[in-house]
Ligand binder design. Structure first.
Ligand SMILES: [Zn+2]
Length: 410
């Protein structure tokens, strides 16, 4: 408490000076507590970077049509083999190293396709410690249209134009442009199998995650999943579980690209692709990386079709066909990922919050239910409370000192 200045002795004035200094110190402590906040993007010229983007939605859309013309890509089918072979030949010719990884899970024989691109001119030693970004999509299509309005079609396999082919198409297009992007980290394209077979979900991605070494986990800076990204009526919400900073970065990148209706993009335009006020839960391929403590993001539109509600519309029906997918939507998402690669949005995101998640999740690896993660606003609230307690403690301490010293002066 401050004493009125007219009744202060010289000793009291000195003590009040000490008190004021403590008060200022407490507030400086409080203000400087925010310096740990995520500062990615502050010094990046996004609008310059948007002029460098190469992702071509028309090419991606052609791939969606081609994939659906193969027929359903069920694990073990000829269509699946044809797609896998094409992915391998195409990416190998562009300088990617491509491997197949086969597993049996829940009596399904599945094959993941793993393409790796490394920066040029680095030694083997550097390679072993190089940070990497994993971009992933499932290349199988669902074996049953169990949500179809026509009951007689519910055992029919779907074509999966959006649910399967759209993410693969975006990855193929990213595979085309990444070798010319001069990135200084490794990029892996993971085409997972058996994501969507009856009651069996995410089997390929789980097999991939289960076989990672500690070094591979540690050097994986992020896992970015693209699933159902081609809907002509595209809306991207927040998805849980995902690492909050990656979600924030996705929203910021979308704003720069003119995909938000809240702020002008670099092109001076707005649109309502980014729905940052909606958050939806989904169990998808990214959860296995997320459980391992790898920062993970699922980019997915769960409301498939115009005015569809989440988890409804053409999702898991025979209506999931190429005419429902647009080049524009594929390009929007492809460019979010590309701009993120150019600006470091998918790397260097290991904040204290993520480190905390790593340590808690590594003790909880066999949990199958999605984790509930802290929202950034809650994180901000927690640190505010901590700082308020710290500031109050300093003030209380100073007040006690003041009382003791005042008695001493008297
Ligand atoms: Zn699906």
């Amino acid at each position: 408490m401050l004493l009125p200045s007219s009744t202060q002795s010289g000793g009291e004035k000195r003590l009040i000076g000490v008190f004021l200094a403590c008060f200022l110190l407490a507030n400086v402590t409080s203000a400087s507590g925010n310096t740990d906040d995520h500062v990615w993007g502050e010094s990046i010229d996004f609008c310059q970077k948007t002029t460098e983007l190469q992702f071509n939605g028309t090419l991606a859309n052609q791939s969606v049509t081609w994939q659906t013309e193969l027929g359903p890509r069920l694990p073990g089918s000829n269509a699946s083999l044809l797609l896998r072979t094409s992915l391998s030949e195409n990416l190998t010719s562009l300088g990617w190293n491509v491997e197949f990884s086969s597993h049996i899970s829940h009596e399904i024989e599945l094959t993941n396709v793993i393409a790796t691109w490394k920066p040029q001119n680095i030694s083997q030693n550097e390679t072993n410690n190089l940070g990497r970004i994993v971009l992933s999509a499932h290349y199988d299509s669902r074996n049953i249209a169990d949500r179809d309005s026509n009951e007689s079609l519910r055992n029919t396999p779907i074509l999966g134009a959006n649910d399967g082919a759209s993410g693969v198409a975006a990855l193929i297009e990213l595979g085309r442009i990444i070798p010319s992007m001069n990135l200084d980290n490794e990029v892996m394209l993971l085409f997972s199998d058996a994501e969507d077979q009856g009651d069996n979900y995410t089997l390929g991605a789980k097999a991939w995650a289960d076989n990672l070494t500690g070094n591979e986990i540690n050097r994986t800076e992020s896992f970015i999943l693209l699933d159902m990204i081609g809907d002509s009526d595209l809306h991207l919400t927040k998805i849980t579980p995902s690492t909050p900073i990656l979600t924030q970065n996705m929203i910021l990148l979308g704003q720069k690209l003119g995909l938000s209706n809240q702020v002008d993009g670099c092109n001076g335009q707005r649109s309502d692709v980014i729905w940052s006020n909606q958050s939806l839960p989904v169990f998808d391929d990214h959860v296995h990386a997320f459980y391992l403590g790898i920062p993970s993001l699922d980019i997915i539109d769960l409301a498939y079709g115009e005015n569809a509600e989440p988890y409804e519309g053409y999702w898991h029906t025979t209506q999931d066909t190429a005419d429902k997918v647009s080049a524009e939507s594929l390009e929007s998402v492809g460019r979010i990922v590309e701009l993120g690669l150019l600006t470091g949005a998918w790397t260097s995101i290991d904040t204290p919050l993520e480190q905390l998640q790593k340590s808690t999740q590594s003790n909880n690896l066999d949990g199958e239910q999605p984790l509930i993660i802290e929202d950034e606003s809650e994180k901000g609230m927690d640190s505010s409370i901590t700082l308020a307690i710290l500031s109050t403690s300093v003030l209380v301490l100073c007040t006690i000192c003041l009382i003791i010293l005042r008695r001493f002066v008297e």
